[in-house]
Design a protein around this ligand. Structure first.
Ligand SMILES: [Zn+2]
Length: 390
């Protein structure tokens, strides 16, 4: 969803204010590049709505007193909630500045229908709200993150692996259950939002985040805005072809998808085949992967060939992305892996061999370890983006 110029200006101004407060109007004009007239109009509206407060600065200097602006953190609250892959719902309450006020975690019952998962979210959120003693009227919106295919315009969840393939009005169920409006997006977009608001991505308006987890996904920020596809569904980076026509079969039905080589799910499948072990169940994949990495690091097993192949194909996929999109920076988020230095050299070899030289020289790359706590933060940031722009 593209913002109008007016919405984009308001979002930019509030993001700068959040980072730099307390700030005078004249400094906001310098920091945002907006005209004085635009700053005056936007801030007057925000002060009227109680979102921004004015502070007189004590001074003995002659003339009009200097007035600084701050975000009023307690004027509204937002909630982020997300399902993470080890069967838990994480919820986080944040104020209007995005400061975390409370975090709550609860376990999910094993269900197979997406609508049953939605009802479990309602229950988890009700428990969190009573634990936090916060009034529902003070909550602007709830942001929900789902590790699946989501239409973020409507809040419908189209597909989650390991659930029955029946689309569900997830946002509607949560909104009606709590009587608080709800936004829904996929977890990768939320991770990118968390980076933009709280992490490395805060330094740049243009970056791509690639997340290596049970699946592989990517999200894109351009000019300070998350880019969503035309159908409200993010791109499927994990299904970019790295070995077209003759590669490994992917669950999507195609051959040679990146996902089939480089996701934790596929690394586990291939490692178990090499080691002659049974593949783990979906629920135990993260724990089995950690145990496997530990065995590999201690020299008990050797799955170097599987890991090296995963790094090589990730390098090719990132090269293709740079060649087609020219991002300013790429942030690769993934688990802790044994022999990381060796794997990075396999990754960089494939990257250097396949990226157009002028683009490779200009694109910065960063690596980050996965942090499950960032998903709920990103869900809250999604709501703050909506509130700041509105
Ligand atoms: Zn695929």
């Amino acid at each position: 969803m593209r913002l109008s110029d007016q919405e984009f200006n308001r979002l930019s101004l509030l993001k700068v204010l959040r980072k730099s407060e307390p700030v005078a109007r004249i400094d906001l004009a310098r920091l945002t590049g907006l005209t004085g007239g635009t700053i005056t109009a936007i801030t007057a509206d925000l002060v009227n709505r109680g979102i921004v407060i004015e502070e007189k600065v004590a001074s003995n200097a002659p003339g009009r007193p200097r007035i600084n602006l701050r975000i009023n953190p307690a004027s509204k609250y937002v909630i982020g909630a997300t399902a993470i892959s080890d069967g838990q719902v994480m919820t986080e309450l944040v104020n209007l500045r995005g400061d975390s006020l409370a975090v709550s975690t609860s376990s999910l019952r094993k269900v197979t229908k997406i609508k049953d998962l939605a009802h479990q979210f309602v229950h988890a959120l009700k428990c969190a709200l009573s634990e936090w003693s916060v009034n529902r009227e003070d909550i602007f919106r709830i942001g929900v993150g789902i590790p699946g295919v989501v239409d973020n315009r409507t809040g419908w969840v189209e597909q989650i692996i390991s659930f029955e393939p029946e689309p569900c009005d997830f946002g509607g169920i949560v909104s009606r259950g709590l009587e608080i409006p709800c936004l829904v997006d996929n977890n990768i977009n939320l991770l990118a939002r968390a980076e933009h608001w709280y992490g490395l991505g805060a330094q740049t308006a243009d970056f791509t985040l690639i997340n290596v987890d049970l699946g592989i996904g990517a999200a894109f920020y351009r000019s300070g805005q998350l880019v969503s596809g035309s159908h409200g569904i993010a791109s499927e980076f994990g299904h970019a072809k790295v070995v077209p026509d003759v590669g490994r079969p992917c669950y999507c039905g195609a051959l040679g998808c990146l996902q089939a080589y480089c996701s934790i799910h596929s690394i586990l499948q291939q490692s178990c085949r090499v080691l002659g072990r049974d593949a783990p169940s979906y629920e135990t994949m993260n724990a089995t992967f950690d145990a496997l990495m530990d065995e590999h690091a201690r020299g008990v097993i050797d799955i170097w060939s599987v890991l090296q192949q995963a790094s090589h194909y990730l390098g090719i996929a990132v090269a293709n992305h740079i060649n087609t999109h020219d991002p300013a920076e790429i942030i690769i988020v993934g688990p802790s892996v044994a022999q990381m230095d060796k794997l990075r050299s396999a990754f960089f070899k494939a990257l250097e061999d396949n990226t157009f030289p002028a683009l490779r020289r200009r694109t910065k790359l960063h690596f980050r370890l996965s942090d499950k706590g960032l998903y709920a933060k990103g869900a809250a940031a999604m709501v703050l983006e909506r509130l700041y722009a509105a």
